[in-house]
Design a protein around this ligand. Structure first.
Ligand code: FAD
Ligand code: PHB
Length: 390
């Protein structure tokens, strides 16, 4: 089998890249380790930047997003028993609440409607020869070995994928911080507690009230890394969430049986560069941010924006200039989102080793943020998404 671009991973990055290439007339095959049902079963991000929405429009998969997505023009910060709104109006932009699961579902449907090949349950995917002119990908499926010859390999296979791991150690630099806590998340079919997302900093720890629709809520509480989902029956989770909210939100909270519950560790991670010969990394394969700023999925989309343009220019027009600029261009935006996510995480969580000085500094910064138009605008412009460079 032969294709122009072999895409490893059918998460949002791989599927979106596949769709943009397909529309530009570039042939791509996607290889995914899991089943489609497994991929759709992972409950992850929920907030889309305007630039991500624009890219999904360009990919022709934004119809349901426009019908069902909820535009949000601000967030609320809760601390000291009160809530303070940070509006996005002065940025001229807004975000859209629409779950990653739904984005993935729309992209899978568009791909299924095209003639493009997606191989699910591809085991033992291996990358070969990307330092030369003739890269290849091999895998096993249905008891057989398969091989795909290609011009480029797009590594969209997430943090634990094979693509980044295939790069020789001497050719890659990595930067990492693991935070000393995780997020325990619950999804339930109850109306959200407020019209906008609430990010709470409380002595008991961080909490987030998010949503997927007007009838489906997504809640998170900061938890210890040693905690297990089994330790958190629904009643205990909602008691803890309520305890971390301001009085008005606590009494407005409607609880119901959870339909999903999971714990995610928090990490900042960047691998540099994002290109190794004919292998290009995108999304979580190259970088991870803690979810506090809702940047993970949006960053995957912004990589794909640059990557799709670069691969179309290389494959269709024979112009490799954009591929040559890909890594540097992506990383400038990546590092700014990594910085913002680290900053917002540091501001909103209780750190076991913060000490009294750390605690006082956090309180002063929160007070500054809600009292200064300039500080609030800096948060807003990062939250709605920094501009792309063209
Ligand atoms: P992924 O979604 O990880 O997709 C990679 C795909 O590659 C997967 O389908 C995987 O099965 C496949 N794959 C992996 N290895 C191989 C292989 N060897 N061969 C073939 N295929 C392979 N972001 C937020 O903004 N808010 C959140 O609340 C949030 N919660 C998260 C919770 C968790 C548990 C995790 C892990 C991430 C969360 N994120 C969140 C981050 C966000 O979901 C990711 O940034 C986004 O999924 C990145 O998309 P991606 O396509 O790059 O990677
Ligand atoms: C979510 O809805 O899952 C969500 C929203 C905002 C975040 C993180 C997660 O910052």
């Amino acid at each position: 089998m032969r294709t122009q671009v072999a895409i490893i991973g059918a998460g949002p990055a791989g599927l979106l890249l596949g769709q943009l290439l397909q529309r530009a007339g570039v042939d791509a095959v996607i290889l995914e380790r899991q089943t489609p049902e497994y991929v759709l079963g992972r409950i992850r991000a929920g907030v889309l930047e305007q630039g991500t929405v624009a890219l999904l429009e360009e990919a022709g998969v934004a119809e349901r997003l426009h019908a069902e997505g909820l535009p949000h023009a601000g967030i609320e910060l809760a601390f000291g028993g009160r809530r303070h709104r940070i509006g996005f109006e002065a940025t001229g932009a807004h975000v859209t609440v629409y779950g990653q699961t739904e984005v993935t579902r729309d992209l899978m449907a568009a791909r299924a409607a095209s003639a493009a090949t997606t191989v699910y349950e591809a085991a033992d995917v291996a990358l070969h020869g990307f330092d030369g002119e003739r890269p290849r990908v091999t895998w096993r499926a249905g008891g057989h070995s398969h091989e795909l010859a290609c011009d480029w390999i797009a590594g969209c296979d997430g943090y634990h994928g094979v693509s980044r791991a295939s790069v020789p150690a001497g050719a890659i630099s990595t930067y990492e911080r693991v935070y000393p806590f995780g997020w325990l998340g619950v999804l339930c079919d109850t109306p959200p507690v407020s019209d906008e997302l609430i990010y709470a900093n409380h002595p008991r720890g961080f909490a987030l009230c998010s949503m997927r629709s007007r009838t489906r809520s997504r809640y998170y509480v900061q938890c210890g890394l040693e905690q297990k989902v089994e330790d958190w029956p629904d009643g205990r989770f909602f008691d803890e969430l309520r305890a971390r909210l301001d009085g008005a939100a606590a009494s407005a909270l409607v609880t119901g049986p959870s339909i999903e519950k999971s714990i995610a560790p928090l990490r900042s991670f960047v691998a540099e560069p994002m290109r190794f010969g004919r292998l290009l990394l995108a999304g979580d394969a190259a970088h991870i941010v803690p979810p506090t700023g809702a940047k993970g999925l949006n960053l995957a989309a912004s990589d794909v924006r640059y990557l799709s343009r670069a691969l179309v220019a290389a494959c269709r027009d024979g112009d490799p200039a954009e591929v040559d600029r890909y890594s540097e261009r992506c990383l400038r935006r990546v590092w700014k989102a990594v910085r913002f996510s680290w900053w917002f995480t540091t501001l909103m969580h209780r750190f076991p080793d913060a000490g009294e000085l750390g605690q006082k500094l956090q309180e002063a910064e929160l007070d500054y943020l809600v009292g200064s138009r300039a500080a609030a605008l800096a948060l807003a412009e990062n939250y709605v998404g920094l501009p792309f460079e063209d």
